[in-house]
Design a protein around this ligand. Structure first.
Ligand code: NAD
Length: 489
């Protein structure tokens, strides 16, 4: 099957109370595939009354205890069934993800879907392993500190990992006993809707997981402003995160976890053990997922004495990320999420060129009816102070800058204002520790790039937001500490 001969059409109706639903107004928006250039779903565009209904149902389900007070064994079994069903339908989900947002189907199959399955299994396993505390209290009393679910969790997710980031939020929120109302990105909502269908089939009680579809400024805004939300978890841009802090605060106090953008640096020191490996991984760190990765290492700082050798290896590695038909299992890079987004990435490349930088690659391409493809771009010679070094381009664009001293590299890496990720390549253990300690980043990867795993927290500092996905720490987003003090003497 090639990019041009697919006419798949998905169900774009929202999921409220375990059922597929149109918007009350009947409004829908086309979900345009960057792969085919055509609409692959009519996405229900929900207004405030639809969203209120979803939140009401979620709140009532929470109060009823059907899920929030279900035994850990029941909750665990249900999350396992969701994982099993998702795994069984991997190929279908991978294809839907590719058609929705353009990533190669090989990546969706190898990373996004199995990663989501593993996330559900990991939090299923965690449910009965989180113990409370019995702190020291005066004689004659015993206090129990337990983690309790918060209630209704609103989750708002971006388009770059539509299924996986939804799983990062839904799995721990449900494991803890909450009800969830998810608002996926309007450009790529299909797999989140399919996931909600699977959850119903797996026996998750109605109203415990709802997916409300539509634009951020209307559907998302209605969700954020609903006073019955007990928590809001978000992944997306810094601009939206700032807006959500304000909008959310206007209607109530709730737990917020806001994972925002990033502009991450990769520091390659001359004492690195293997320059070629560093260059190959650097290309992965910059161009993987078409560069549409919040923690993409798009600023590559290379110590001057190894720049030529590094660059030769990097140029060769970058060629591996030339886009091709995303539905071809042999493709290693696909389409950007939309032609409009490709326009903004192209504009950034042109801005760098206009500022006197030398650009290699970065050519816009068409495939079939879509022109959402861009070759990996290497930017050389862009002045350190240029705004693009602190601006998230969110496309296959890497800037390479030489540096002389460790201090200088740390300074450049820390000046973007973001604090999501950084990588360090060095053969010196002392330097690895010294530099890692100074980098402002939620995750510092040493002698690899963009390290991430279910067991380690993922999130950032500064303009990259706060709150952590993954690991046991994600429970902090979805649970509160409750003290029960028993006076018995
Ligand atoms: P975005 O901020 O435009 O949208 C994210 C979500 O917020 C979407 O569902 C959107 O509909 C919704 N939204 C937008 N405006 C809203 C509003 N006024 N009220 C309520 N909801 C609203 O981001 P995007 O373009 O979808 O995703 C790309 C961004 O996400 C990048 O900045 C990237 O760095 C970031 N991201 C961050 C992480 C992380 O973990 N830190 C992971 C992936 C992506």
């Amino acid at each position: 099957m090639s990019a041009t001969d697919t006419h798949q059409h998905y169900d774009g109706r929202a999921v409220i109370g375990g059922e597929r639903r149109e918007a009350r107004s009947g409004a829908s928006i086309p979900s345009v595939s960057p792969v085919t250039g055509g609409s692959i779903a009519d996405l229900a565009s929900l207004d405030a009354p639809d969203v209120a209904e979803a939140v009401s149902g979620a709140a009532a389900a929470f109060e009823s205890g059907v899920w929030s007070r279900a035994s850990a064994d029941d909750r665990k079994a249900t999350l396992f069934r969701i994982a099993d069903a998702l795994e069984k339908r991997s190929a279908e989900f991978a294809r839907a993800e590719t058609l929705s947002m353009g990533k190669p189907v090989s990546e969706a199959s190898a990373v996004d879907v199995p990663g989501s399955v593993a996330t559900f299994r990991w939090y299923a396993e965690l449910i009965d392993k989180v113990a409370g505390e019995i702190p020291s209290t005066p004689p004659g009393s015993t206090a129990l500190v337990s983690r309790v679910p918060l209630g209704v969790v609103g989750a708002i997710t971006p388009w770059n990992y539509p299924l996986e980031i939804a799983a990062w939020k839904i799995a721990p929120a449900l494991a803890a006993g909450n009800s969830v109302v998810l608002k996926p990105a309007e450009t790529s909502s299909i797999t989140a809707l399919m996931l909600a269908d699977i959850a119903s089939e797996a026996g998750l009680p109605a109203h415990v997981l709802n997916v409300v579809t539509g634009p951020g400024r209307s559907t998302g805004d209605a969700l954020v402003r609903d006073p019955r939300l007990d928590a809001l978890t978000f992944t997306g841009s810094t601009a939206t995160a700032k807006h959500l802090m304000v909008a959310s605060g206007e209607t109530g106090l709730r737990r917020l976890s806001l994972e925002a953008g990033g502009k991450s640096a990769n520091l390659v020191f001359a004492d690195v053990d293997d320059i070629r490996l560093a260059a190959e991984k650097a290309a992965f760190g910059a161009y993987y997922n078409q560069g549409e990765v919040c923690s993409a290492n798009s600023t590559i700082l290379v110590q001057r004495e190894i720049v030529d050798e590094f660059l030769a290896a990097f140029r060769a590695a970058a060629l591996e990320y030339r886009p091709a038909d995303p539905l071809d299992p042999a493709s290693t890079a696909g389409a950007l999420v939309s032609e409009r987004h490709a326009d903004t990435v192209e504009a950034a490349i042109e801005e760098a060129r206009a500022a006197g930088a030398q650009i290699e690659g970065g050519t816009r391409r068409s495939l079939g009816n879509s022109s959402a493809y861009i070759d990996p771009a290497i930017i050389l010679g862009l002045p350190v102070g240029h705004r693009l070094h602190a601006h998230e381009i969110f496309g296959p664009v890497a800037a390479i800058l030489p540096f002389d001293t460790e201090e200088e590299a740390i300074g450049i890496a820390n000046r973007s204002g973001y604090g999501l990720a950084a990588s360090v390549w060095t053969g010196s253990v002392s330097r690895a520790h010294r530099v890692s300690q100074r980098l402002v980043a939620g995750t510092v990867s040493v002698n690899t790039v963009d390290a991430i795993g279910l067991t380690t927290p993922f999130g950032g500092f500064k303009q990259s937001g706060f709150g952590r996905d993954l690991s046991v720490h994600a429970l902090d987003n979805y649970t509160g500490l409750k003290t029960t003090w028993i006076q018995h003497g």
